[in-house]
Ligand binder design. Structure first.
Ligand code: ATP
Length: 208
């Protein structure tokens, strides 16, 4: 499904990723861990074509991943750590969820989106509610891979667990592949079949 080969990325003279390989099969749930600053977000953005790698290839079903454009149902979507940065603060929830197409009732139900939020602005939702809305807007019939970058880091343990369980179940029903970026090895071992861990000290990677 998603294949990265020999991906390298530097910011200026600072090498962040060196020769990273990653394979994500259909319906797979893989974790991406590592210490703060090890390059998890950088790799997530390279995989989602939000950042160009210096070297290496990222292919989705054999085709180079193209950058997603707003409102376009790209098969690979990236959910950022801070949903408030990805959502227009002037838009009510109903418009955020529409995102170019009618929201899918199964997705709204699975992620616990409530009708009473429809006319609220993003700032009128709790962190957990906003995280759910932010995720729901990325689902569409052609979604194949979802990269989730620390999407529950602002939530308490119970809300984190509920949201991730709902997400993993929904993805499994639709055979969507998930890459869950998290510094928490406990979270990764709870929800992921396997994990890749980036090592900040020597820019290499290891497997759990
Ligand atoms: N656009 C940029 N220009 C220069 N340096 C950057 C840029 N983006 C990130 N960095 C640096 O690259 C390193 C890796 O950043 P990245 O956000 O990928 O790490 P991370 O593992 O996701 O960290 P965290 O867990 O703290 O979110 C950090 O030291 C960061 O300061």
């Amino acid at each position: 499904m998603l294949t990265a080969r020999a991906v390298s990325k530097a910011y200026g003279d600072r090498q962040i990723l060196t020769g990273v390989d990653l394979d994500l099969a259909e319906g797979d749930v893989v974790g991406l861990g590592g210490a703060s600053g090890s390059g998890k977000t950088t790799l997530g953005k390279v995989l989602a074509a939000r950042l160009a790698p210096d070297h290496g290839d990222v292919l989705l079903e054999g085709v180079e991943v193209a950058p997603a454009t707003p409102g376009h149902p790209a098969p690979l979507q990236y959910a950022p750590q801070s949903p408030e940065l990805a959502i227009d603060p002037r838009w009510p929830v109903r418009k955020v969820l529409a995102n170019g197409m009618p929201p899918d009732p199964e997705v709204l139900a699975a992620l616990g989106i409530r009708n009473v939020w429809a006319d609220r602005l993003p700032m009128q939702l709790s962190g957990g509610e906003l995280a759910r809305v932010s995720l729901a807007r990325l689902f569409h019939p052609h979604l194949r891979v979802l990269i989730c970058d620390e999407i529950t880091s602002q939530l308490d343990a119970i809300e984190q667990d509920l949201l991730l369980r709902a997400l993993v179940e929904l993805a499994a029903r639709r055979r969507i592949s998930l890459l869950l970026i998290s510094h928490s090895s406990a979270l990764r071992s709870r929800f992921c079949r396997r994990s890749m861990v980036l090592d900040r000290r020597d820019d290499s990677k290891s497997c759990e």
